[in-house]
Design a protein around this ligand. Structure first.
Ligand code: AFP
Length: 329
């Protein structure tokens, strides 16, 4: 089985980017170890603080964030980093060629139940003409990402990675200590009969999403003419991993539960890297009205509606949104 460096070299990825990716993975190996130690390492449970998103921080959120920050800034090739757990960006080397954004521990509410969690990261080119503490550097659409990936801490620790030449999967070999290529060309099936959505929010969704999910629930007797199954891991990293493995559609749509927070997922830390992985595997990722990767961000912590997965199913969902928009004209 092949190691990461030769695979990336073969794709023409430059040596600075390869060493940056390997550094992120070194931190993830350490996080993986701490996660697997669980209560023995005293890493479970919450801290007393909240992050910039107003969410209670788990101890593992903080540990993962500190580990990633430290090693990434040490590489010298990074101009600044932006973390879901930090209010502001952190400046690195003013001459660094890359920007890194990350969600250090996605699905952290799963830590205490020994369920799936992961680290999501995205790498952008750093504009040469801006200061290292200028947050506007990060406001680039997802299409600008030079690499995106996640490390899933599950029964085995797995990496999904893209540098724009398809999506590959690697598995951490704990005896050797590195990630080995286990799926060279991840390809999403175009069709699916599996969906992932938090159904408890149903009454808060907008009409197109209500109608779309209603038709899935009607199964064989409804307009879709087949039965659908549902899965919800409560960690986007777990749901996206399943979709990369066997197809499906994942949605965290807009809702009106809290007027100040119509969307849940973050564009820079979750939606953009996951959208690139999904599209590089042949899938599609939209908000309901637009392609996520083309959104021009206006804030590093902004949130978006996310609908991603098997191409035909996402296109069908898009059709419900387009129909509703036409009816409103
Ligand atoms: P955390 O990273 O704060 O744990 O949030 C995870 C997440 O943003 C995403 O990974 C899940 O898909 C979603 O929240 C789950 O949300 P519900 O609370 O609605 O299940």
């Amino acid at each position: 089985m092949r190691r990461i460096s030769p695979v990336l070299q073969q794709d023409g990825v430059d040596s600075d980017l390869i060493s940056l990716i390997k550094t992120i993975l070194a931190a993830c190996r350490e996080i993986s170890f701490r996660v697997s130690q669980g209560e023995l390492a005293g890493v479970l449970g919450s801290t007393l603080s909240e992050n910039v998103q107003g969410e209670t921080q788990k101890k593992l959120d903080v540990i993962a964030n500190e580990l990633l920050k430290e090693v990434i800034l040490e590489t010298g090739v990074v101009k600044a980093i932006s973390s879901e757990e930090e209010d502001d960006i952190i400046a690195g080397n003013p001459r660094g060629r890359y920007l890194v954004t990350f969600d250090p521990l996605d699905g952290s509410s799963n830590t205490d139940i020994n369920s799936l969690i992961g680290t999501i990261f995205s790498i952008l080119p750093a504009p040469a003409d801006k200061e290292a503490d200028d947050a506007s550097m990060f406001l680039q659409p997802g299409t600008a990402q030079v690499a995106a990936g996640y490390v899933l801490y599950g029964p085995s620790t797995m990496l999904a990675l893209t540098t724009g030449k398809g999506t590959r999967m690697y598995t951490l070999d704990k005896t050797y200590g590195g990630f080995l290529l286990t799926e060279d060309k991840v390809t999403l099936p175009k069709y699916t009969s599996e969906f992932a959505i938090n159904m408890s929010n149903q009454r808060f969704w907008q009409t197109p999403m209500q109608n779309y999910i209603q038709d899935l629930l009607l199964g064989k007797e409804g307009p879709r003419g087949k039965n659908y199954n549902m899965r919800w891991i409560a960690a986007m990293v777990g749901d996206v991993h399943r979709i990369l493995c066997r197809g499906g559609i994942f949605a965290y749509p807009a809702d009106n539960k809290d007027a100040n927070k119509p969307y849940k997922l973050r564009l820079m830390y979750e939606a953009n890297p996951m959208s690139l992985l999904i599209e590089q595997a042949g899938g599609l990722s939209i908000t309901g009205t637009e392609r996520i990767l083309e959104i021009q961000p206006d804030d590093i912590h902004q949130r978006v509606a996310v609908i991603l997965g098997s191409r035909h199913e996402v296109e069908t969902c898009l059709g419900y949104h387009q129909k509703a928009a036409l009816a409103q004209q």
